[in-house]
Design a protein around this ligand. Structure first.
Ligand SMILES: [Zn+2]
Length: 86
């Protein structure tokens, strides 16, 4: 008989373990969701207005360096998309 010991024992250690695992999983799931959301937002912002996709933000295209010194016509050599066009 070990009534005293049984009184302070956690009835089901697995419950505690599962609860902790569940919490950890939820936290990881939420963190992953936030990371993905942040990455998607940054990607959108970059694609929409920061960097010219034609020249990758350099303002020059190596392939066309024999024409106008390789100046990117898509962004007028600024390297920024959406500003120079109008
Ligand atoms: Zn460009």
């Amino acid at each position: 008989m070990s009534n005293a010991a049984a009184k302070y024992e956690i009835k089901n250690p697995l419950d505690l373990l599962l609860a902790l695992e569940d919490l950890a999983f939820k936290a990881e799931f939420e963190a992953e969701g936030q990371r993905r959301h942040a990455a998607e937002t940054a990607e959108k912002v970059t694609a929409e207005r920061v960097r010219c996709r034609k020249c990758d933000g350099t303002g020059r295209i190596q392939h066309y360096r024999h024409v106008a010194n390789g100046c990117c016509f898509a962004c007028d050599g600024t390297g920024k998309d959406g500003y120079a066009r109008g």
